[in-house]
Each structure stands twice: as structure tokens, then as C-alpha cells.
Design a protein. Structure first.
Length: 370
């Protein structure tokens, strides 16, 4: 397997349309890295540059220490799994998996060994004589993965491979691909717009927006220490709540005035927020860090109107409205709410975040990549 390094990688299309800008990413040997971001953020373009399916406009790409900018895709020793499976409809599963090896004139016995081994790993041994039209979506995806496995590549690339599957099958395939990574001990780069896939599957996440890398780190590090408002809102489901509050000093204490209630930051947060007195900032709190109280709390009580209730079985999402803003809280199903109720919630200020309103960078958090 291999280490992949992107040094200042950029992609510029005709008309000076910049799809990727100065991407600096290191994928360590045997690491599972997920590129995540909204549609059009440049994640698939970055993957295609690694694969050699897109020319690199700027920067350098190294695989296993070798410069790959001008190396043809067939010579990069990578294997790619596409969103639409890209199976040959007239070929059997066996022939689809074996096709790349036949093109390389691999020994027939070795082809048979590799295909059968991949089929065993993916539990598709009974499907080898079928054609793609006789397979379900999940089975087709396993075949596409199997075709990549038999290549024994240095790097596996996955371009939104689960997008065409239903919700239940996506969950199953997430687990299977994660298990496959551990069994093969392989270097894998995976592209998705689904942050749940990114959180549950990866060793490391690369968050992208508008062609730029926003932050790189382990899933929990990005969840707990987002570098800016975008990362904070993209990682986590439901996403982090953001309220606009004005920082002031009252009775010797720093407070954030929302208009309907006041937020009292921790002592550590207050030290930094002193520089924002008289200014508005974004107060960020995750739904799961909102604590319901039957009666108004003595401090940091957020009293709001219930606008929507989403019972999910093990938990309930409660949508709440202030005079001008709205947020969502995740709470126990034992807490019953009706639309129009007045409810009291208290934010866990140790988990709360503040963001500069102009730069949208995190305040009060010593953020670094991990």
C-alpha cells in the first residue's frame, strides 16, 4: 500500500474557473481518509486528479513517494469504485471482476485465484455466473468493489459509492467497506457529501468548501474542535445551532444577549469574548448539548416556543423558536412537547462554541489540525 501526498494541488478549468485551490493533504499508508463537503466543493475533482482522470493544473501529487502528475492512470496502481458501478452489462460477475487482469495479461490461474478470493471476502461467490441486470444495487456495488480488490492496488479510491442505495443498505455497506479496510489493511480515499458516512468510516476527514480545504482531522476532533462555522455546521447531525448574540458586560460579567435571553459564557470563554464587547458573534450549540429543564434554570435559561416535534424512538428532536431565530434540541422521548408549548432548555456551556461574525472563525477554542 502507499502514502498519498497532495502538495498545493489546484484545478483550473477553461474560463479561469477554479474547482480546487491549493489543496495540501497527506493520506498516510493504510489510512482511510474521507473527503467530505457539499456538492461542487471540489472533492470529486480532487479524487479524479489522484486517479489521473483529471489533469492537475497546479501543485504536485505523490503516490508512494513518486511524482504522479504526468503518469497515466493505468500506471498509477490505483483502483477506483464509481457511484454508478460501471459494470459491463454483457459480462458475468466473474468476467467483470477479471476484466482488468485479463487486459494486463495476468496468468489465468492467478486471475481465478484473485477473483475467487475477492468473491469470498465480499460474500458474492454464488453470484459469479450472473450478469449485472440480475443483481440488486447492493450486489452490484460489491462486484464493483471486488473488481477493485482483484487489482491489488496501492490505493483504493471511492467516489460516492453508496449514493444510489437505499438508507438501510447504505448503513450495511458502510459497515462492510469499513470492515474491508481493516481486512485488507489498505490505503483508501473515499468521497461523499454525507457527513454521517464521513464520521462513521474514516480515520481522518478532509472537509472542503468552494474548492478549498477547510480543516483536516479525526472525526471526533472535527466534531469537538471545528475551526470555523462551516465545519461546525457540516459535521454533526442534526447540525450545530447558531444564534446571533451581542456581547456586553453586565455586573462585572460577560454575557451574550440574544434578545429573548442571555448566555453567560464560561470563565475561559469570557476572557476572550472581552475583546468582542459591543459586537455580535455567533453562539454555536449542538442539539445534543441542550438540556431540558421542567422549570426555568437559574442561569443560561433559554425559554423558547416549540414549533415542531420529531419523535425518533430513542430520542426526540424539538424545534424551538425565539423572537427572531430558531434552533433544534435533541432530548429524551420521555419529555413530551406539544406545538406552541413554552419550553426551557439550558446549553452545556463547556461544549458551546463562539464564532467571529465577519471571519466565521472559531473563538475561544485552541483549534489545530489533528
Amino acid at each position: 500500500m502507499a502514502k498519498v501526498e497532495l502538495k498545493g494541488i489546484g484545478k483550473v478549468y477553461d474560463g479561469n474557473v477554479r474547482a480546487v485551490d491549493n489543496a495540501n493533504i497527506v493520506v498516510e499508508d493504510r489510512e482511510f481518509v474521507v473527503f467530505v463537503g457539499p456538492s461542487g466543493c471540489g472533492k470529486s475533482t480532487t479524487l479524479r486528479m489522484i486517479a489521473g482522470l483529471e489533469d492537475i493544473s497546479e501543485g504536485e501529487l505523490y503516490i508512494d513517494g513518486e511524482l504522479m502528475n504526468d503518469v497515466p492512470p493505468k500506471d498509477r496502481n490505483i483502483a477506483m469504485v464509481f457511484q454508478n458501478y460501471a459494470l459491463y452489462p454483457h459480462m458475468t460477475v466473474y468476467d467483470n471482476m477479471a476484466f482488468g487482469l485479463k487486459i494486463r495479461k495476468t496468468d489465468k490461474a492467478e486471475i481465478e485465484r484473485r477473483v475467487n478470493e475477492a468473491a469470498r471476502i465480499l460474500d458474492i461467490e454464488k453470484l459469479l455466473d450472473r450478469k449485472p441486470k440480475a443483481l440488486s444495487g447492493g450486489q452490484r456495488q460489491r462486484v464493483a468493489v471486488g473488481r477493485a480488490i482483484v487489482r491489488n492496488p496501492k490505493v483504493f479510491l471511492f467516489d460516492e459509492p453508496l449514493s444510489n442505495l437505499d438508507a438501510k443498505l447504505r448503513v450495511q455497506m458502510r459497515a462492510e467497506i469499513s470492515d474491508l479496510h481493516h481486512r485488507l489493511n489498505a490505503t483508501m480515499i473515499y468521497v461523499t457529501h454525507d457527513q454521517i458516512e464521513a464520521m462513521t468510516m474514516s480515520d481522518k476527514i478532509v472537509v472542503m468548501k468552494d474548492g478549498k480545504v477547510q480543516q483536516i482531522g479525526s472525526p471526533l476532533y472535527l466534531y469537538n474542535h471545528p475551526i470555523n462555522k462551516f465545519v461546525a455546521g457540516f459535521i454533526g447531525s442534526p447540525p450545530m445551532n447558531f444564534l446571533s448574540v451581542k456581547i456586553s458586560e453586565k455586573g462585572g460579567k460577560i454575557v451574550g444577549d440574544e434578545g429573548s435571553f442571555e448566555i453567560v459564557p464560561t470563565d475561559e470563554q469570557a476572557k476572550i469574548l472581552k475583546d468582542y464587547i459591543g459586537k455580535e458573534v455567533y453562539f454555536g450549540i449542538r442539539p445534543e448539548d441542550m438540556v431540558y429543564t421542567a422549570t426555568p434554570a437559574a442561569a443560561n435559561n433559554m425559554q423558547m416556543k416549540v414549533s415542531v416535534v420529531e419523535p425518533l424512538g430513542a430520542e426526540t428532536n424539538v424545534f424551538l423558536a425565539t423572537k427572531t431565530q430558531s434552533i433544534v434540541a435533541r432530548t429524551s422521548p420521555e419529555n413530551r412537547f406539544q406545538i406552541g408549548d413554552t419550553a426551557n432548555f439550558t446549553p452545556n456551556m463547556e461544549k458551546a462554541k463562539f464564532f467571529d461574525k465577519e471571519t466565521e472563525l472559531s473563538i475561544c477554542d485552541s483549534v489545530k489540525s489533528e
